[in-house]
Design a protein. Structure first.
Length: 166
């Protein structure tokens, strides 16, 4: 099986799990932060959704140069808006993974800020670290935020403490 097909299958599974969490975000508590150094619930939720858009930057492009961008986080005020954004990014990521050649995964990719290079590594490692593992990290944070807000959590890799009579 080709690497793009393996990653595509994982993306689809994880996008469904991510969507289940994003469906539960209570926007009336958008400013909630469990700690002064933490992101707000709203910012974290948008970040979890936007990570699915990174496939383009990591596979189509050969570098990310922060000095050339003017990133402004998206602003959403409802779960419906957040879900539509997430779904559109997942759809684009699926298209990229369907069309990408396996050879592309071996090419180097660089993260930089102008002349300062943070790292260069094969795109196969970049997508694992930045498109997948980074998502899992922040999705786990979102689960903690929701738990602290007493939002019942769905199972991700099996039942949660809130599902199936647990």
């Amino acid at each position: 099986m080709k690497l793009n097909q393996i990653l595509l299958a994982e993306l689809k599974e994880e996008a469904a799990a991510t969507r289940k969490l994003l469906e539960l975000v209570p926007f009336e508590k958008a400013d909630f932060k469990p700690h002064e150094k933490s992101m707000t619930l709203k910012r974290l939720s948008v970040h979890v959704a936007e990570i699915s858009g990174w496939w383009k930057e990591c596979l189509i492009n050969d570098e990310l140069d922060f000095s050339k961008g003017d990133f402004t986080p998206k602003e959403f005020n409802s779960t419906a808006e957040l879900l539509a954004y997430h779904d559109s990014l997942v759809e684009k990521a699926e298209k990229i993974l369907t069309e990408i050649a396996d050879e592309e995964f071996q090419k180097p990719w660089t993260m930089r800020n102008g002349e300062q290079i943070y790292f260069t590594m094969p795109k196969s490692k970049v997508v694992r670290s930045w498109c997948m593992n980074h998502l899992y990290h922040h999705r786990a944070q979102l689960s903690v935020y929701l738990r602290l807000l007493n939002v019942p959590l769905p199972g991700t890799y099996g039942p949660s403490a809130d599902s199936h009579g647990m």
